[in-house]
Design a binder for this molecule. Structure first.
Ligand code: AP5
Length: 230
């Protein structure tokens, strides 16, 4: 690992971030945009797990039941997965960890991994959104199973009802976006993930982004929170 690599896209010092926040707070949306703009690595544990479930791998078989119920995949599985991915290198351009850590043991092991590899975290960004807005966003979310394009009713609807604009595939919903499962994911967040907000607050790297605004406004707030100009 190299803590302060030059970012090839902008010639800026790389920034190492993790994104925290309840389901549907916009972590993935903003991580894709920021990582593309700054040329950083984006590591989403949710995306990695969904891909594993789709491909029927051993990891996918271990994770599927937990994900469907809106529960967390066990710490040992997740910590092993992140160790493998971070050990692959590629962190010198800066990175965003999206969806990890989610429990105190995960946060502690991440601190250990960073210590062993001489990497430091610049900011833990917390996306703040109300529960009503979360339920609204997740009940309106659809995606294309072929190209992964995302849609959201009523803000971003496909041109033809139920079909992907890019390849015409029938759109689907994530099984864990069912309202009862969303409520469970919110409870799990409060019980198991919220304590790590304090973990990073105590390290003085927690920064809160008001995420109940348009995606463009959230992006501007995010850039300000990490000290980058738009
Ligand atoms: P994961 O995929 O990480 O799910 P999540 O944290 O619940 O997050 P989401 O992907 O639902 O939301 P998001 O905050 O990324 O918002 P998004 O940008 O998509 O994890 C899924 C499961 O995997 C977990 O439940 C668990 O089982 C397992 N897992 C993952 N990591 C784990 C770990 N570390 N340990 C254990 N288990 C783990 O936006 C949501 C919607 O809102 C989209 O439709 C989007 O278009 C829309 N939207 C975004 N921003 C805005 C805005 N500003 N205004 C209006 N709409 C918006």
């Amino acid at each position: 690992f190299h803590e302060e690599g030059q970012n090839p896209r902008e010639g800026l010092v790389a920034v190492n971030l993790l994104f925290l926040g309840p389901p549907g707070s916009g972590k993935g949306t903003q991580a894709v945009r920021l990582s593309e703009q700054l040329g950083m690595m984006h590591l989403s544990t949710g995306d990695i797990l969904r891909e594993a479930v789709k491909n029927g791998t051993e990891l996918g078989k271990q994770a599927e039941g937990f994900m469907k119920r809106g529960e967390l995949v066990p710490d040992d599985v997740m910590i092993g997965l992140i160790e493998d991915r971070l050990g692959d290198g590629g962190l010198n351009k800066g990175f965003i960890l999206d969806g990890f850590p989610r429990t105190l043991p995960q946060a502690e092991s991440l601190r250990g991994m960073f210590g062993r590899h001489d990497v430091s975290l610049d900011k833990a960004v917390l996306f703040s959104v109300s529960e009503d807005e979360i339920v609204r966003r997740l009940s309106g979310r659809w995606y294309c199973p072929r190209c992964n394009a995302g849609y959201n009713y009523p803000a971003a609807v496909p041109r033809v009802e139920g079909q992907c604009d890019h390849d015409g595939s029938a759109l689907r919903r994530r099984p864990d976006d069912d309202e009862a499962v969303v409520r469970n994911r919110l409870e799990v967040y409060k019980k198991q993930t919220r304590p790590i907000e304090d973990f990073y607050r105590e390290e003085s790297i927690l920064t809160v982004v008001e995420a109940e605004q348009t995606p463009d406004d959230v992006y501007r707030a995010l850039l300000a929170a990490i000290g980058r100009q738009n």
